[in-house]
Design a binder for this molecule. Structure first.
Ligand code: ASP
Ligand code: MG
Length: 421
């Protein structure tokens, strides 16, 4: 059994959905669990709707809701000529359900409401695609992942209950004559059947979880890129495809911010020694990247860029040294406001952190820190991580840049730099 994951870009239009059928037909001898994200930018659109819902902007809310409905109906009409096809009723039912929820007053818990609404993206995409696969003679059963994947009630960042979910997943995800089981990425539910979500971009993680629990042969993530590249083509014009990656390399690259693989995806696969393929849905014959228990003859340097970074420098008001108590307090404040630290460094009298330029969180954090510390910050920086660095790779990154801070490990170097224009 294989697990395939199709992300938003691979299901964004009728044409894209037809392409999925072609891909699945190539694997005619395999049973496949297909994990799907919301179509195109639907999750972002739903986030907009949720924002309007919370703020009581009913006019904008209705406008955005209608836009989303039209988008999905448009994909439908590109797939089914017969407007009496059952898929139309199924989609309208989901929009009715969403409409009913949006007509109710928000609760006092934004994150709870978010999960109850955000799920419609994946429910819609899997419903449409499930019907289309069946009409394309690919026998498919639609599965509601929420019946099987049980989580904590940490809304928007739910933690998987591995024991219970393993039992339920194995009970429900059985092939009874059909070759394909289609289900939603990103979603789960609590023991009381309230919908949860696993964090943005969480569908890769769902694919890994299901592969782990069902002991799949492999996972394939179908993307709009040829595989994992050694740098983002936005910043480099001569990128190299990484054909083979060890689990550790994949974890490190994901951790430092390679956007192709969600960081949480690798661990479950590594634990069961399941290979991960990253392949292009536009070019399914190309081998793509394989992640596994692999060794290779040549280490290719990878570059990961984080733009719009902020350096925060903190020192005690009384000119004392930075000690463990200070650090505990500083980390507590960062954690409380959910501000992630991309890099940190300390000296006797100051502690430095590099963070993303999230203005709202930055304000909350600095306001609180300023009660006890001298706080200075510098914006407009770039953080570059080079895995398997050498001097020539550093030189390449440093062209026309000023070095603000660096941190060297055995395999990775991180350079905080400022563009000299
Ligand atoms: N649809 C969700 C998101 O956009 C999950 C995913 O695509 O992985 O974050
Ligand atoms: Mg995605």
């Amino acid at each position: 059994m294989l697990v395939f994951k199709f992300g938003g870009a691979s299901v964004k239009s009728a044409e894209a959905v037809r392409n999925i059928v072609e891909i699945l037909k190539r694997y005619h001898d395999e049973e496949i669990v297909v994990v799907v994200s919301a179509m195109g930018k639907t999750t972002n659109a739903l986030e907009g709707i949720i924002e309007h819902y919370a703020n009581g902007n009913s006019e904008e809310l209705n406008l955005e809701y209608q836009k989303l409905r039209e988008y999905h109906l448009n994909v439908l009409s590109g797939l089914f000529e017969d407007t009496h096809h059952r898929a139309y009723t199924a989609v309208e039912e989901l929009f009715d359900e969403l409409g009913v929820r949006l007509a109710k007053d928000p609760t006092l818990n934004y994150d709870y409401d978010y999960d109850q609404l955000i799920c419609y993206g994946e429910l819609l995409s899997t419903t449409i695609i499930g019907h289309f696969l069946n009409s394309s003679e690919l026998s498919t059963r639609w599965m509601d992942i929420r019946r099987s994947l049980k989580t904590s009630n940490n809304w928007r960042e739910a933690k998987v209950d591995w024991e219970l979910s393993t039992e339920l997943v194995n009970k429900h995800f059985a092939f009874n004559g059909e070759r394909i089981l289609i289900t939603q990425g990103f979603l789960g539910s609590t023991i009381n059947d309230q919908t949860t979500s696993l964090g943005r971009e969480g569908s890769d993680y769902t694919a890994a979880i299901l592969a782990y629990m069902l002991k799949a042969k492999s996972v394939t993530i179908w993307k709009d890129v040829p595989g994992v590249l050694n740098a983002d083509p936005k910043y480099f014009d001569d990128t190299i495809l990484l054909e083979k990656l060890s689990y550790l390399d994949a974890i490190e690259l994901a951790y430092f911010g390679t956007s192709v693989i969600h960081p949480k995806t690798i661990k479950p696969l590594q634990n069961k020694n399941i290979n991960l393929h990253v392949k292009s849905f536009m070019n399914p014959d190309a081998p793509g990247t394989i992640v596994g228990n692999l060794s290779y003859d040549k280490l290719i340097p990878s570059f990961i860029f984080k733009m719009d970074q902020v350096l925060i420098r903190i020192s005690p008001l009384d000119f004392s040294f930075i000690n463990e108590n200070n650090l505990e307090e500083i980390f507590g404040i960062m954690n409380k406001h959910g501000m992630k630290i991309n890099l940190m460094q300390n000296s006797a009298i100051s502690f430095k952190m590099i963070v993303n330029n999230d203005k709202r969180k930055l304000r909350l954090v600095t306001d609180e820190l300023e009660e006890k510390y001298k706080v200075a910050y510098q914006t407009g920086l770039e953080l570059v991580t080079i895995r398997y660095f050498d001097q020539s790779t550093i030189d390449r990154v440093m062209i026309n840049k000023e070095l603000i801070m660096e941190q060297r490990g055995l395999q990775n170097i991180e350079l905080l730099i400022r563009d000299l224009g």
